[in-house]
Design a protein around this ligand. Structure first.
Ligand SMILES: [Zn+2]
Length: 273
């Protein structure tokens, strides 16, 4: 794994035009604390968190996945258009440790981000997805990607994936990221003065974004794994104690601003008159 230079730039965002609600740190950390031991309980806990933040009824869907007991969990936040931004994280974890880092840190942030964007008008429809069984061959995300019709694929403007946050300041997997999405991440980091590093983890494994690579859907994966911390994943050290809470909360704030910003900047369909 190679550590790359910071990609944050000093460009300023127009603060007036990017509006979102900031969930307090204690709420974000309380949700992160709820990492359940088994994967079924984890999916149920995520469902409960979505419901608590207001994603209920038809907006919240469990997608059964072939040959897998635990479904994908999908929360849809309608926007002004049918153009979609997918925000994704896997809900499962391996046997070692309790998987707070990999990947309850990503999964439990989905309701935080939903809550942040919920009350302000958005051009894009946001689809928050907890994918099942990532650790065994990206099963949930592959199933979801395969099930998209050509029309549905064409409506996806971007996919923002989160896997293993909180070990260090936010990192972007630059070698696997769409260049435009990566550039925008640098711009938001610069404007918000929140840290962002580029760390490629090609040798370490895969992530759910790979399931969409052949479909011409641009994607970006945020994580926090560096050469120094990569040994924590898939080990007994993967517990809440491995999380740097200030880094984790900074990742939440950066991702919230980032989603609000790409909603504004990326091309969506024209809203109906
Ligand atoms: Zn993972």
């Amino acid at each position: 794994m190679k550590l790359l230079a910071l990609i944050a730039t000093a460009a300023a965002l127009n603060a007036q035009t990017v509006v979102f609600h900031v969930v307090p740190q204690e709420t974000v950390l309380a949700r992160l604390h709820q990492a359940a031991r088994n994967n079924q309980d984890r999916e149920s806990a995520l469902k409960k968190l979505f419901e608590e933040t207001g994603c209920t009824g038809q907006s919240l869907e469990e997608q059964p996945v072939k040959h897998v007991k635990i479904p994908n969990l999908i929360c849809t936040l309608p926007g002004q258009t049918e153009s979609r931004i997918l925000v994704t994280a896997h809900t499962d974890h391996v046997k070692e440790g309790d998987g707070t880092v990999d990947n309850w840190s990503g999964a439990s942030m989905l309701p935080d981000l939903y809550e942040s964007l919920r009350d302000t008008p958005r051009r894009h429809t946001f689809v928050f997805i907890g994918f099942t069984q990532e650790e065994e061959g990206l099963t949930g995300s592959r199933f979801y990607a395969k099930g998209l019709t050509p029309g549905e694929r064409a409506r996806i403007t971007a996919l923002v994936n989160m896997d293993s946050l909180g070990l260090s300041p936010t990192a972007v997997w630059l070698s696997h990221a769409d260049p435009e999405l990566a550039k925008m991440a640098g711009r938001v980091a610069g404007a918000t003065k929140l840290p962002l590093q580029a760390v490629n983890v090609d040798q370490f494994g895969e992530s759910d974004a790979e399931s969409f690579a052949g479909l011409h859907i641009r994607s970006i994966t945020f994580h926090s794994v560096t050469q120094q911390t990569m040994g924590i994943l898939h080990s007994n050290q993967d517990t809440f104690h491995a999380i740097h809470v200030d880094d984790y909360y900074a990742s939440y704030r950066l991702l919230t601003a980032y989603l609000a910003w790409i909603d504004k900047e990326l091309d969506a369909e024209k809203p109906p008159p």
